[in-house]
Design a protein around this ligand. Structure first.
Ligand code: NI
Ligand code: MN
Length: 224
């Protein structure tokens, strides 16, 4: 499987099934080249523009199924996407493996020119595919609920580290200790000034705590 990190929270998992997470592409300053996405599934953690991104266009073009919290999924349906609505704590068996929605402490309003469309609760995603377990935290503050993830023996945990809107390095280190995954990968940093931080410092500190950590540079990929 190949994991393409598109920068910010956008990640493309290319494997037996292709899964695109938080498809912030056209306004994503990290995305320098055209990508030819052919996702089978698109996971959207919440309605903020830097996560919902190009979801509708990519979903319509590819025919991918959008998996999201109920209200957000319904909103995607209204905008022409094929969807599979779920909610926090719910687990479902998909063709690629199982997936569960987990808690994220954040908002989920879509900001338009004149109003805010509230789209329910934000979420994180926990899933297993090809015998590999992933946790994508989405945008979230540090929460005790992360302790519930430890028994899942997660292989790859994607944690936001940029601060201001989400956990910063210090909180993400505590999150990693709660979750105890095999490998920690930082996301959601350096896209905007207010979330500037050092992913190198984060990976160094994670390793210092006895866990593996990989910093995938935006635009680069990891083969697993
Ligand atoms: Ni957000
Ligand atoms: Mn965000």
């Amino acid at each position: 499987m190949e994991i393409f990190y598109l920068g910010h929270s956008a990640i493309y998992f290319k494997g037996e099934y292709n899964i695109l997470v938080d498809p912030f592409i056209s306004n994503n300053p990290w995305v320098k080249e055209e990508f030819d996405f052919t996702p089978d599934f698109i996971l959207v953690s919440h309605g903020h523009g830097d996560h919902l991104g190009d979801c509708f266009d990519i979903a319509k073009r590819s025919g991918a199924t959008v998996i999201a919290p109920f209200e957000l999924a319904k909103f995607c349906s209204m905008n022409g996407a094929k969807t599979h609505p779920m909610h926090i704590g719910g687990k479902f068996d998909f063709d690629f493996g199982w997936l569960k929605l987990v808690n994220a402490i954040h908002g989920s309003g879509l900001i338009t020119d004149s109003e805010i469309v509230y789209l329910g609760n934000p979420c994180g995603f926990l899933w297993e595919t090809e015998d590999i377990r992933f946790y994508f935290a989405g945008d979230t503050g540090l929460t005790m609920d992360m302790k519930l993830l430890k028994p899942y023996k997660i292989d790859y945990a994607f944690l936001p580290i940029g601060g201001n809107f989400t956990m910063d390095i210090q909180d993400a280190l505590r999150a990693a200790e709660f979750i105890s995954p095999r490998t920690v990968i930082p996301i959601h940093f350096n896209t905007f000034d207010v979330i500037n931080t050092s992913p190198e410092e984060f990976t160094r500190k994670i390793k210092h705590r006895g866990m593996e950590s990989i910093y995938i540079k935006p635009g680069e990929k990891l083969n697993i």
